[in-house]
Design a binder for this molecule. Structure first.
Ligand SMILES: Cc1ncc(COP(=O)(O)O)c(C=O)c1O
Length: 369
């Protein structure tokens, strides 16, 4: 790549999600849509209980475990309803009127998670970034003395897609850790053993929309409330291997291909190195612009997945986006709640696209600065 992006009809896609996928995955999927594994039937048309799909889901789970170094103490689930369903499913399973959980608020997604958790139990918000417009995540020092002594769990969002911040390392707490890793899952090594539950909507780093990866400690799942509706009960999905009902078969299939692709690329250490270098190209263009571009996040917690900034003169943003479109770059408009520019550069986003954007930023600043 990405002579490819120009040689073919594909362009640089900076979308925050659904987002860019590895080209080799799309090419394989094109073939398998027609006829997967010489079965004479395409992947979309196979029964979720047939032999072909048995292999697809078994391999997806095995490769997921390899990528994330996930032990058998954890179940790997492929669920529906997006990450947003997890906002409610987690407290429904693990909270209650007399139970409390810690939820630092670091952006729009944690705000929504908090709203849902309050419907099922008590919520302590040990840090609220709203007043600062979410320019950072809490440090361990910020959290000290603010955590609930008997928290049932501590929920955090490791990468804040809209504001472009991330936790450099998981927060320090004695409570069982739960992580919304939707916008950075498998973009860097993850210490699964420090968590009881990690979840991620697939449509950023893992696959298409419609499937959510949930990694949950089996013994923690056993402590869930009783009398839950079956689709909301993690134990039910564990018992049925994610096939209590018809699962999102295509999404699971694509995720499986993406896991294989990550392994071929050298795994999570390699992903992290590449992602850090890609993000640095754009952050350098911001930092060297003499204030022409203003980054949203404080530098110590800058996201490697979603680079957010605005132009000092917001009237130039339209012209900037137009210049980007002319150079075959799409999806750079910031989220509707923040405005500005957001470059989402997930695992599969090519380095050449980051170079092209950084060059445009310099040229544009020279022309208009
Ligand atoms: C960090 C984070 N959490 C949760 C969500 C919600 O995901 P979904 O649309 O799959 O419900 C998103 C979506 O962008 C997100 O970025």
């Amino acid at each position: 790549m990405n002579a490819n992006a120009v040689a073919t009809d594909r362009i640089y896609n900076f979308s925050a999600g659904p987002a860019v996928l590895p080209e080799s995955v799309i090419e394989q999927a094109q073939k398998d849509l027609w006829n997967i594994r010489d079965s004479g039937i395409g992947i979309l048309e196979h029964s979720h209980r047939g032999k072909v799909f048995d292999r697809v889901i078994e391999e997806a789970e095995a490769d997921c475990r390899k990528v994330g170094n996930i032990s058998d103490d954890y179940a790997v689930l492929f669920l529906q309803g997006g990450a947003s369903t997890q906002f409610g499913q987690i407290p429904m399973n693990f909270l209650g009127p007399d139970r409390i959980a810690d939820y630092p608020n670091t952006g729009e997604w944690t705000t929504k998670a908090i709203k849902d958790a309050k419907k099922f139990g008590k919520v302590n918000v040990p840090f609220d970034g709203a007043a600062e417009n979410f320019i950072r995540v809490p440090t361990d020092a910020d959290l000290e003395g603010k955590l609930s002594p008997n928290a049932r769990y501590f929920h955090y969002c490791s990468n804040n897609t809209i504001f472009g911040t991330r936790y450099p390392t998981p927060p320090r707490t004695d409570a069982p850790l739960i992580c919304d890793a939707s916008s950075e899952m498998f973009s860097r090594p993850i210490d699964t053993d420090r968590h009881v539950l990690i979840y991620a909507g697939a449509q950023k780093n893992l696959g298409p929309s419609g499937v959510t990866l949930v990694i949950i400690r089996r013994d923690f799942a056993e402590t869930a409330n009783s009398n839950l509706m079956e689709m909301m009960d993690y134990r039910n999905h564990i018992k049925n291997g994610s096939r209590y009902n018809t699962p999102p078969t295509f999404g699971i299939y694509i995720m499986g291909l993406v896991f294989k692709w990550i392994l071929e690329q050298g795994g999570l250490e390699s992903m992290e190195r590449r992602n850090a270098a890609k993000a640095q190209l754009i952050y350098d263009a911001i930092d060297e612009s003499d204030g022409f571009y203003v980054g949203h996040s404080q530098s110590w917690c800058r996201s490697h997945m979603n680079v957010t900034f605005r132009l000092k003169n917001p009237d130039l943003e339209g012209a900037f986006l137009k210049a980007a479109a002319e150079q075959r770059m799409d999806g750079l408009k910031g989220h509707r709640s923040t405005g500005g520019i957001r470059a989402s550069i997930y695992n599969a986003f090519p380095r050449a696209g980051c170079e092209t954007l950084a060059q445009l930023m310099r040229d544009f600043a020279n022309r208009h600065g």
